[in-house]
Structures are given as C-alpha cells and as structure tokens.
Design a protein around this ligand. Sequence first.
Ligand code: HEC
Ligand code: HEC
Length: 342
Amino acid sequence: MRIFYSIIGFLIFLLTACRKEDQAPVIPPETDEYVLRVPAGFPMPDIPADNTLTKSRIALGKRLFYDPALSADSTRSCGSCHAPHLAFSDSTAVSLGIEHRLGTRNAPSLANVAYQNKLLREGGVPTLEMQILVPIQEHNEFDFNILLVAERLQKMPKYVEMAEKAYERVPDAFVITRSIAAFERTLLSGDAPYDQYAFQGKSNALSASEKRGLELFQSERLNCSKCHEGFLFTNQGFTNNGLSEVYPDSGRIRLTGLESDRAVFKVPSLRNIALTAPYMHDGSLPTIEAVIVHYQTGGKPHPNKSPLLKPFNLTVQERKDLLAFLHSLTDQKFITNPEFRN
Ligand code: HEC
Ligand code: HEC
C-alpha cells in the first residue's frame, strides 16, 4: 500500500511538473550562435576555424563596416564605397577616398564575397581578414593604420564592450579584421529571379525573353558562361577580356611578374550586375549595353586576350533578351535586407 501511494505520489509529481512547464515554458538563454542561411543551389562557404560566425561578431563587424572612425579623418567608411543599395559597390568609375582622393580601380560588389578564393582585381590577397588592412592603409582610401584605428576604438566604451563579448579581447587589430570579415561572410545573395528559376523550381520566375537570354549567355556563340560560370557567375579565373590595347593598370603582372599576366584581371561575378555600373576594373564602360557592344566586337587586340573572345552578331531581339537575362540577376531581397544595412 505504501508503495502504491508512493507510485501515485510520483505520478502526481510528474504530472504537476509537466503542467508547470506548460504554464511557464522555460525559455532557453539567448545563444550567440549564428546560422548562415545559405541560398538554394549554393555550397556552404569556408569559414576559418579561428573566426566562426556568431551574432556578436557579426554585429561588431557590421558596426565597424559602417563606421567612418576607420578612416584617418573620420569621413569615409567601408560602406561609402560598398553601399548596400548598389549590392555593396559604388556608382563611380573609380572610388573616392578621404579628402576626395580618387582611387584607380572600380569598387567590386561584395555580394557572395565569402566564396571568392582570391581577393582584389589581380587576386593578390587570400583572405577577407587580410583584405581589411588594404583600404585602411591605402592613401586613396582611409590613409590610416590599423594600430591607430585600434587605439581610437579602445577609447569608445561601446566597442570595448562589443569586442569583449565577441572575442574576449579589446578592439585590437585581431578583432577589427576578424569581425568585419565575419560580417562580410553573411552577405549572401541568391534569391534573384534567376535563382528562383534555376534553384527553387519556379519555372515561371523568368520571362520568355529572360530564358532566351540565358540560353544565349550559355551558348558557344557568345561563350559568356565559359568565364562567368556556375552559381557565382565567375570561374574565379584571371584573364584579359580585350578591354583595351594599352592598360595603365598592369593587372596581375603586379603580383606574379609574368608577362602573360599583364593586363590580366579577375573574372568578376555578374550577380546584381544591373546595380553595379560602371563596369570593368577601371569603370570605363558606363552601361551593360556598352559591355555587350564591347563583347560583340570580340574585344581590342592584346597579346594576352583570351581566345574565348570572338566577334558575334546579335539581332535587336537577341540583344534585348541578353540584357533582360542580365537584369534577372538582381536580388531585391539582398539589397533591402535590414540585417545587412546600417
Ligand atoms: C575608397 C573606396 C573604398 C573603401 C573606403 C573600401 N573599399 Fe573595398 N574596394 C574598393 C576598390 C576600388 C576595390 C578593388 C581594389 C583592387 O582590386 O585593387 C575594393 C575591393 C574590396 C574587396 C575585394 C573584393 C573582391 O571580390 O576581390 C573587399 C572584400 C573589400 N573591398 C572590402 C572592404 C572593406 C571591408 C572596407 C572597409 C574596411 C573597404 N572595402 C573599404 C573600394 C573601397
Ligand atoms: C575569357 C573570359 C570571359 C568571357 C568569355 C566573357 N567575360 Fe565578361 N569579363 C571577363 C573579365 C576578365 C572581366 C573583368 C575585366 C576587367 O576588370 O577589366 C569581365 C567583365 C564583365 C562584366 C563587367 C563586370 C563588372 O562588375 O565590372 C560584364 C557585365 C561581363 N563581363 C559580361 C560578359 C558577357 C555578357 C559575356 C558574353 C558575351 C562575357 N562577359 C564573356 C571575362 C570574360
């Protein structure tokens, strides 16, 4: 009998225990874990083991990305040249640094930069963490020094607090480079009408004209997708696309010293291309129409020009179709995502 009562008692205990839980659900403590939402059709990008993604790291990196305190005179931020509404590029041929100093190259989009194996137009920088030192030091960009940036940030209580939470350190060079890189790795763009068509099974996400444009883009006649291939629309290779006969910017030879790399540049991604005008490493082509005209001619003669470039004709309708397809690579959700904006 005593056993019976103790069993009943135990059952009542279990029931009330359950009921208590029903009434006041236990809320798990807020975790710092960040789950990267990788678009359909995209692989998981490589994340360095010493800089895994957490909410506090990304929040700190985002704040730094938009903070002009990183530039010598506190006037320019990363976001000045990599603006969200332009898919993290800018709208000038070459970018404006502090004191209105003009750079020499066109700012690339940072969409899906997590997947880029080699950074900058000649591919000289291997990681996002290292790349951050470039604009900070560059005379025509921030004209500053990462140690001085760190000194400045260490006087700002908010940064001291955020750096402690994210990396258990003061905001030093390690924290600055790691956190901005963490933020950049979240900038994934894969929900353009093209993606809905190609990866999300929505066969009518592209119009008939856009579909014809896609076919042209992939055709042997145009060869575009030989270089602008795969989900990133770049094979991540380096080549000369016949932009001009003489190049003031010598390109990849600066890195390798090889004559075969003179005027050779990274094949850029074409995602969000309608938003990133003007085009090419020097911003010399103002519109997508001008880019198409360039490729139609087969490009200017240059010893390093890729043999994949050859002249082709397009009917008026075909040109419209190709343009329509290139516009279907615009990801509205990406450029309006509040997670990425200041
Ligand atoms: C003054 C304008 C300007 C500022 C400010 C600027 N950038 Fe850039 N960014 C550029 C230009 C121009 C390039 C291309 C440079 C080259 O290829 O040599 C570039 C290239 C890059 C790349 C390489 C992308 C690729 O696909 O190769 C990354 C990443 C990047 N910037 C991130 C940043 C970050 C982070 C900051 C702030 C710390 C920043 N940029 C500040 C203009 C700017
Ligand atoms: C042989 C490889 C190759 C082929 C083929 C090729 N491209 Fe390119 N494309 C490049 C390279 C390299 C660049 C960058 C050149 C530079 O920075 O000066 C580029 C740049 C571009 C740009 C400008 C991107 C930007 O952000 O500035 C567009 C748009 C473009 N290509 C579209 C096309 C189209 C459309 C076709 C087919 C008609 C095509 N490409 C064929 C290699 C190629």
